[in-house]
Design a protein around this ligand. Structure first.
Ligand SMILES: Cc1cc2nc3c(=O)[nH]c(=O)nc-3n(C[C@H](O)[C@H](O)[C@H](O)COP(=O)(O)OP(=O)(O)OC[C@H]3O[C@@H](n4cnc5c(N)ncnc54)[C@H](O)[C@@H]3O)c2cc1C
Length: 466
């Protein structure tokens, strides 16, 4: 295939830019394949990890340092291989077989849906945090229920917080929260923690961690925000209320395999079933990392699986017959590429419209203009994923004011929002009119829907702020 023809479709699409996807990417690019990389952000779950102590060769790394290294690594790849790498900020919504050994992939970007074609696909879409399946948990998400210790612990300064779960995620969340909270109540359904023994020892020795064993959470209590949890002792059946202001469910994750459910086989947990080399039930499609049925969800394991799949995909693509791409795919991938490049350029020029503390109190809280306030934290993956939708809504609603408040830049406004308004997660979106809250949305997984709901529908239950 000559290089002009090669630009009309992609050799390999990489879905997800966490450890697995990024590791695949470097091998694919070094083999000079024409690659499209799609993901809402770079880093994956590392963006929510406070500290990594088990990465070989480097004794301890903060999650932030690891995340920065991944981002820098990705940016270097883009600089080094500009003619081979197309990047898309967004999520793949479906993938299906097309004629001529191709796969047709649809991605959702801040710019709407777009379609492209690829010879091979590496699925590295990882997993997302699970909430508690008890009354109150869904309603209070973002109002005291949070998942990411790294992102949201500062909201719980000097408060009592429960961490539910006994594995590594729970232990890490406890360690982070103890830097801020007055007391951390660890609720575990078993007799002991099941996570890493080293982390366990550190947590067990901390003075203001209280461990409640053999106990489950049966309800999260609160209206405007969390005020407690109802617990049941699994041995005695006794139930009681523990007053807490925050709850961090740390009970595992749901795999992000839904967009590929019609393309590859999955097991009863939704994990994509793979062979040892990451091959799936569809030839030319690999799955790697936390989205698969392979055990031991770890960064190093995802990295190795990403590399293995990339090497398999390189051999596969090179073995395919050199056929001309179909008209539909040539047209779709050309216009997609153009759309994405224009969008990336536009995005680079946009900065978040942070206001000062003074502006927030003096203008925003009193203004009669409808204002959409986004509460964000630098480095929070979900805040980054919300970014294109925030700017899209801003462009569509010129009569509304769009502003953001950030933890480091706006300590006074943040404290006020935290204490007075029970804003307990980032991102939180609040619609304000003349000092009245006329709408609020918090749902880490669906920023687009949240912003659209606040900007396009009539407000409900107006409430004076402060
Ligand atoms: C709190 C916490 C602490 C941890 N600590 C450690 C540790 O100390 N050591 C260790 O080895 N491991 C640790 N882990 C586990 C480790 O983070 C994971 O095993 C690893 O990140 C998995 O990598 P991945 O690339 O498979 O998936 P992920 O990291 O989940 O990345 C997947 C990416 O795909 C994106 N995506 C999802 N859906 C789509 C879609 N439809 N289209 C495109 N992109 C999509 C996601 O947004 C994400 O960016 C920790 C995990 C957590 C949550």
């Amino acid at each position: 295939m000559d290089s002009a023809e090669k630009k009309k479709l992609y050799d390999v699409a990489v879905a997800g830019l966490g450890p697995a996807g990024l590791s695949a990417l470097v091998y694919l690019l070094e083999a000079h394949l024409n690659v499209i990389a799609v993901g809402p952000e770079v880093g994956g779950q590392i963006n929510n990890t406070p500290e990594i102590t088990n990465w070989p060769f480097i004794p301890t790394l903060s999650g932030e340092a690891f995340q920065k290294a991944m981002l820098g690594f990705f940016e270097n790849l883009a600089l080094k291989f500009p003619e081979y790498l197309t990047t898309v900020t967004g999520s793949i919504s479906s993938a299906e077989e097309a004629t001529g050994n191709l796969y047709k992939v649809t991605a959702e970007t801040g710019d709407g849906s777009a379609v492209f074609f690829t010879r091979a696909l590496i699925i590295a879409t990882g997993a997302a945090r699970k909430n508690l399946l008890v009354p109150g948990a869904e309603e209070l998400q973002g109002r005291g229920i949070a998942f990411c210790g790294t992102c949201d612990a500062p909201f719980f300064k000097d408060e009592t917080v429960a961490v539910v779960g006994g594995g590594n995620t729970a232990l890490e969340n406890i360690l982070t929260l103890t830097k801020y909270a007055r007391e951390v109540v660890a609720v575990i359904v078993t007799e002991d923690f099941t996570g890493n023994p080293d982390l366990k020892q550190r947590v067990t020795n901390l003075p203001h961690v209280r461990i409640i064993r053999n106990t489950e959470v049966v309800e999260v209590i609160g209206s405007a925000s969390v005020t407690g949890i109802r617990l049941r002792d699994l041995k005695t059946g006794r139930d009681w209320m523990e007053p807490v202001e925050g709850v961090f469910p740390s009970i595992g994750a749901t795999v992000n395999s839904q967009p590929f459910a019609n393309l590859v086989e999955t097991n009863k947990f939704g994990e994509i079933t793979v062979g040892l080399l990451g091959t799936t039930s569809s030839p030319g499609v690999w799955a790697v990392g936390d989205v698969t049925n392979l055990p031991f969800k770890q960064i190093g394991i995802s990295t190795g699986q990403g590399i293995t799949a990339a090497l398999g995909a390189i051999g596969y693509v090179e073995s395919l017959p050199l056929v001309s791409p179909c008209e539909e795919c040539a047209e779709a991938s050309e216009s997609f590429r153009e759309k994405i490049l224009t969008k990336q350029k536009e995005e680079e020029e946009l900065a978040y419209p942070d206001v000062s503390d003074e502006q927030f109190f003096q203008e925003i809280l009193t203004s009669a203009t409808d204002t959409l306030l986004m509460v964000r934290i630098e480095g929070c993956g979900d805040c980054k994923a919300a970014r294109p939708h925030f700017f899209e809504a801003q462009a569509k609603n010129p009569s509304m004011r769009f502003i953001t408040i950030e933890w480091e830049k706006n300590p006074e406004a943040m404290n006020w929002l935290n204490e007075q308004e029970k804003v307990r997660a980032a991102p939180t979106f609040v619609k304000i009119h003349s000092g009245v809250e006329v709408g609020r949305k918090v749902d880490m997984e669906r920023p687009k829907e949240m912003i659209e709901a606040l900007t396009s529908t009539e407000p409900s239950e107006p409430r004076k702020l402060g």
